[in-house]
Design a protein around this ligand. Sequence first.
Ligand SMILES: [Zn+2]
Length: 90
Amino acid sequence: MQGMTAENFTPQRCRNSLIPYYHLEWNDLAPECSHCYCALTVAHVLLECNHYNVVRQRYFNVSSLHELFEAVSAQNILGFIRDIGLYRLL
Ligand SMILES: [Zn+2]
C-alpha cells in the first residue's frame, strides 16, 4: 500500500488508518493510551494526549477533529503523525 501524502490525504483515510491499529494493538473495545491511561481514540492522539504536546505545538493548535481537518494543512497533520512515530500506519 502506498503511503499517505499531502496529495492523497483525506480525513476519512487518516482516521480509518489509525483506528484499526489501536483495536489490534490493545484488542479491547476501550483501549487505554499507554502514556496517560486515558481512553485511546484518534482524537486523543491527534488533539489531547499530553505526551505529544511538544510535537503537536509545532504543527497545530486546535480543539476538535473537525477544526483540525478544516483548518490545518494535510502537510502539518502528516508531519505531526510522522514525528510521533505513527506514519507507518498510514
Ligand atoms: Zn495519552
